[in-house]
Design a protein around this ligand. Structure first.
Ligand code: S6P
Length: 599
């Protein structure tokens, strides 16, 4: 990776201090604040969107400032990573009776699966027994589809953890909740704290401890905050660990799949790789490893023009109601599946809008519950499924992106590229190669594609190289899917305007957004939200007294809840009228803007 220029003049430093200052959106934790860097992302051209994303991602690696926030590269953080790596090392020595469990909800759970299966494969390659397990809220169907409701259930979290670790004498539990907010994870951490003879809890998230969610959890005496406070006490004697650096607000407010997901991947890979190393885990080893991700980030964005062009192509497809398909190989393909599945809760997307397919399908994944194909069309994830179900309908209006590297079977990639090219010229590729190893056959694939981003990486150990390529692919896909939805009008300023309202966190976020945009009171906004959820113009006593769980469950069946609620609130019109306005103006941003102007 050659030295790469930083983005021109999005002034990172002045804006950083802006969000870090005590009076910037003071009631919100960092993970929910809006990022000053992306205030106008909804109106920016693709090239500027990419620059904004780069500047936001670069915030992950900024050194500690004078303020309260720990950073990824803070001394304290690196030391904690060293300690956790040592704990993992103990587990590796005793695979029979020990286990590392990774768990989380949504993207955090998907990455738990991604890393547990990746590191188990690595252990097998080195002739060690596998020691990693994962738990995702909602089970394996949540790996590829949006299942937000189980996130609210702490008892379920604890039960799943208990089940997966049955009979083990020593368990290192790594709970990931970017916002320090998911009750599912709080329940698991609490379970660990109540069984310290077996479990050592590690919490990964990206808010300072005092910003952990303090909202009461129905049917339970815990809050996430109360669990974190107990962990802080135990952390003093290394009976629990907190890995919670501040990364700065997400580019799209609250979208923790972006920086939150990237930092989760970086931190855990650094820890698990260090635990494999034959030499003692040193401060510099950890620090250098983290720095290699920073370089990978800069290197990825050195292709910003090509990323912007891809974003535009994907945006055009979504704007005309067509599809974007990621066709990937190995772990890069899995990242495509993950990116695609996140679009539903974030942008209110249909599962057909952006889809991922991975070579080998379930055979390659090794997930707990095996082949899920029969669960419905969302769970058809192999290239064969793509050839059977999607290819026949492809046109030039659909965008196809191949994700592969020099370690994949290039003949197979070429074969699939030929099949796609017969149906659409709108085929693109992101290809990773190692300097000096360029494959001649890859040229044939290039010729079939209207664009190819070639990432040429310097020589590295194969595992580390793979991790860096994965981060690079994640950043690329996050940029493409976020940008494409911005063009489709699913972002207003830097807020997701058509988010799903399918758990308590999303419900609160939606109500807050409505208050912010409309200036109406909390109760007026919540009333409008409920009317949109239940599709009524007047709230009955029954609805008003239902539990939040019932509201979020019902919201799962409705579409465009937040835009409908906003249009009704701002214009005073009925739900029917709001529906017809949104049908006439499917660019949600414009429909809402029109109401804001006339209100
Ligand atoms: C975020 C994504 C969500 C979150 C999930 C868990 O972009 O859509 O699915 O990953 O809500 O969040 P957290 O804060 O517990 O990691």
């Amino acid at each position: 990776m050659a030295a790469v220029a930083k983005p021109d003049r999005i002034d990172t430093f002045s804006t950083i201090h802006n969000w870090e200052s005590a009076d910037y959106e003071p009631t919100l934790p960092v993970s929910e604040k809006s990022n000053p860097l992306t205030r106008h992302i909804d109106r920016a051209p693709a090239s500027s969107i990419v620059k904004m994303l780069q500047a936001c991602d670069a915030e992950m690696f900024l050194e500690k400032s004078q303020t309260q926030y720990q950073r990824l590269l803070s001394e304290e953080m690196v030391k904690t990573l060293m300690e956790v790596a040592e704990r993992v090392r103990l587990i590796l020595k005793d695979p029979q009776d020990s286990l590392v469990v990774l768990s989380g909800c949504g993207t955090s759970g998907r990455l738990a699966f991604f890393m547990a299966s990746g590191f188990n494969r690595e252990l097998q390659r080195l002739n060690y027994a596998p020691v990693y397990s994962y738990v995702i809220a909602g089970g394996d169907r949540a790996l590829f589809s949006s299942q937000e409701a189980p996130e609210d259930d702490p008892t379920l979290g604890a039960l799943r953890l208990k089940k997966v670790s049955e009979g083990k004498k020593r368990v290192l539990f790594v709970g990931v909740s970017c916002g320090l907010s998911a009750p599912f994870v709080a329940g698991q951490l609490d379970f660990c704290l109540r069984h310290p003879d077996v479990y050592t809890p590690v919490l990964v998230g990206f808010n300072p401890a005092h910003q952990a969610r303090n909202e009461p959890i129905p049917g339970c005496t815990l809050t996430f905050h109360s669990v974190v406070t107990r962990m802080e006490e135990l952390a003093k004697t290394q009976k629990a660990f907190l890995i919670n650096p501040g990364l700065g607000p997400e580019a799209i407010s609250g979208s923790s799949r972006m920086k939150g997901g990237s930092a989760t991947k970086i931190l855990l890979e650094v820890v698990f790789s260090a635990s494999f190393s034959r030499t003692p885990v040193t401060f510099n080893l950890i620090l250098q490893h983290m720095r290699s991700y920073e370089k990978a980030l800069d290197f990825t964005y050195s292709h910003s023009q090509e990323i912007a062009a891809l974003m535009e192509a994907a945006g055009r497809s979504l704007q005309c109601g067509r599809q974007v398909c990621y066709l990937g190989w190995g772990s890069l393909g899995l990242l495509g599946l993950i990116d695609a599945s996140e679009c539903k809760p974030t942008f209110g997307a249909d599962h057909e809008d952006i889809r991922g397919f991975v070579s080998g399908g379930y055979k390659e994944l090794g997930n707990n519950e095996g082949d899920l194909t029969l669960m419905g069309p969302e769970f058809s994830i192999s290239h064969d499924d793509f050839l059977d179900g999607v290819l026949p309908r492809l046109t030039d209006d659909d965008t196809v992106l191949l994700l592969y590297s020099d370690s994949d079977d290039i003949d197979k990639v070429a074969k699939l590229a030929h099949r796609v090219r017969e149906k659409t010229s709108n085929i693109h590729a992101a290809y990773h190669q190692t300097a000096g190893d360029a494959a001649a056959k890859q040229d044939d694939i290039n010729k079939l594609c209207s664009s190819t981003i070639i990432f040429t990486w310097p020589q590295e150990t194969p595992e580390r190289l793979q991790h860096l390529r994965e981060l690079s692919t994640k950043l690329l896909l996050n940029a493409v899917s976020t940008g494409a939805h911005i063009f489709k009008g699913k972002v207003f300023k830097n807020y997701m305007i058509d988010l799903q309202v399918t758990n308590s966190k999303l419900y609160r976020r939606a109500a807050r957004l409505m208050q912010k945009l409309s200036g109406h009171s909390e109760s007026e906004c919540e009333e409008a939200l409920l009317k949109a959820i239940y599709q009524v113009d007047k709230l009955s006593e029954d609805i008003a007294t239902c539990s939040l769980e019932t509201h979020t469950h019902t919201a799962g069946k409705a579409k465009k809840v937040v835009p409908l609620a906003l249009v009704c609130l701002l214009s005073g019109c009925s739900i029917k009228e709001a529906e017809s306005r949104l049908e006439q103006q499917p660019i949600v941003r414009k429909a809402v803007e029109a109401c804001l102007k006339s209100s």
